[in-house]
Design a protein around this ligand. Structure first.
Ligand code: PA5
Length: 467
């Protein structure tokens, strides 16, 4: 393995570390690895039939990348701010990568010279959107409307509000230049708008679903606008994609991650905590939470039998949540698997000065550094959990750059579809979110959805149980 490669450390999942009751014993590991003969064949078929479109994204043709980069270049010439209007899989990936690379304070610190400031307005909350529109100089702001289906109510509503505001500020022609639509190349309601009204647009590959789309134009345009190196992101993803083709579970990081998560879930660990020891990776933990939840939380298996399965993902941050969640992880129910993300190199460090040699509580820190401290905390927390029979694994990144992020993103996407295959469910659909969408359409008066309005009235118990 190259020094820049992500490593998956699973020592604290094994029976060697946790004992036979809590850990994965050798015999169990053998059984698990045998089940990957079927999983591998299914994923291979999915790749060949083009169902796993995300797998091809690291090899995006040069012409498509050039189109993305030239849109980014054009927008950077027009504006200082880019507002993404999208939700779920159309939003979380760009936030994750931009937060990872530009940091959690990125909106309150001076803007990078080589990139636009990126805002992801992923809600129909009027407070959030009003304060953004009023806070930004619209003449220096561009918008990227991202919706694969084109029918997402939150995004459609924000699009019309933003277009109206831009037209008022700049006139119709200038407004259109500042609004790029990223949507399905043929289907959906945004595509005809782009064609008929002349909005610049980029395609979302039809075989790539929202939560697997960060490495397509969905994530790449905003990230290129923000000044990130999208070639390096795809290069890291491509190297991980090659590793995730290995048929053996123990040689394939995606299979190993899926095997451990599913095995611990089957043994009662219903919660998967994603806990980077890097504040700037909180967005990545949230992106993963959507990926894991929406992909694996399913009522029916592929045979149509009711299974109601899923493992609840939780986003946490170390060392912060050692002082918030860790008590529960250490002593609460044995229902969690923790996945840490650690950095070998933080890319910067702060030496701690020896200011109080006479005070025990401070003297030992003098002359050490903040990176040493947080690395010691990650190590100590994993060991303390193991001491209590609590499993954890660690994704160890050499440093935090585009290449490493490409690797971790691809690994988690591949692990999610591998877990879906292992569980016998479809990790690419999301039938459970449809009913609330349709009830909303009914309430908001969308033609054809009257029956859902009636259904909502039947379900609504009014004020009878309101105190
Ligand atoms: O992962 C998914 O498929 C969803 O989270 C979608 O991304 C989300 O619902 C937004 O859909 P769309 O891009 O069609 O507006």
């Amino acid at each position: 393995m190259a020094p820049t490669d992500l490593r998956l450390d699973y020592a604290y999942c094994t029976a060697d570390a946790l004992g036979g009751v809590h850990g994965v014993a050798r015999q169990r590991a053998v059984e698990l690895s045998q089940s990957f003969i079927r999983v591998h064949a299914e994923l291979e078929r999915g790749r060949q039939e083009g169902r796993l479109g995300f797998w091809e994204l690291p090899q995006t043709p040069a012409a498509e990348l050039t189109a993305i980069k030239s849109q980014a270049e054009r927008l950077r010439g027009l504006a200082d701010n880019l507002v993404v209007l999208g939700i779920g899989g159309s939003a979380l990936g760009a936030t994750a990568v931009d937060m990872a690379l530009n940091g959690i304070w990125r909106h309150s610190l001076p803007r990078r010279q080589d990139g636009m400031r990126l805002y992801v307005a992923d809600n129909s909350d009027p407070r959030m959107f009003t304060s953004l529109l009023e806070g930004l100089d619209l003449k220096r702001t561009a918008f990227n409307v991202i919706s694969k289906s084109g029918s997402t109510a939150e995004t459609a509503a924000q699009f019309m509000v933003a277009l109206d505001r831009l037209e008022q500020a700049l006139g119709p022609e200038e407004a259109r230049r500042r609004l790029v639509l990223t949507t399905d190349p043929v289907a959906g309601s945004l595509r005809p708008l782009a064609t008929l009204q002349g909005f610049p647009s980029l395609p979302v590959p039809p075989n790539v679903g929202g939560r697997y789309s960060v490495l397509s134009a969905v994530g790449l345009l905003p990230l290129a606008c923000a000044g990130h190196d999208i070639d390096a992101l795809l290069a890291g993803a491509g190297r991980m994609a090659a590793r995730c083709l290995a048929p053996e579970m123990t040689a394939n990081p995606a299979y190993l991650f899926a095997a451990l998560a599913v095995d611990f879930w089957r043994r009662g660990r219903n919660i998967l905590v994603m806990m980077p020891y890097v504040s700037d990776l909180f967005g990545l933990a949230q992106w993963f939470a959507q990926l894991w939840a929406e992909s694996l939380g399913k009522a029916l298996n592929l045979k149509g039998e009711t299974v109601n399965l899923g493992q609840t993902p939780v986003a946490a941050v170390g060392a912060t949540d050692q002082h918030s969640q860790l008590q529960l992880y250490m002593e609460g129910p044995h229902d969690k698997l923790i996945c840490f993300i650690t950095l070998d190199n933080y890319g910067c460090d702060l030496e701690i000065p020896s200011l109080y040699p006479e005070l025990d509580a401070m003297a030992y820190l003098g002359g050490r550094s903040l990176a040493e401290l947080i690395q010691a905390e990650a190590k100590a927390t994993a060991a303390a959990l193991a001491d209590q029979g609590r499993p954890s694994l660690s994704l160890r990144l050499p440093l935090l750059d585009e290449d490493a992020l490409g690797q971790v993103i691809f690994l988690l996407e591949a692990a999610t579809v591998a877990a879906g295959a292992l569980l016998g469910i479809d990790p690419l659909d999301q039938p459970g979110v449809e009913l609330s969408k349709k009830l909303t359409y009914g309430l908001m008066g969308r033609p054809g959805f009257d029956s859902f309005r009636q259904r909502l009235e039947e379900l609504d118990l009014g004020q009878r149980f309101v105190l």
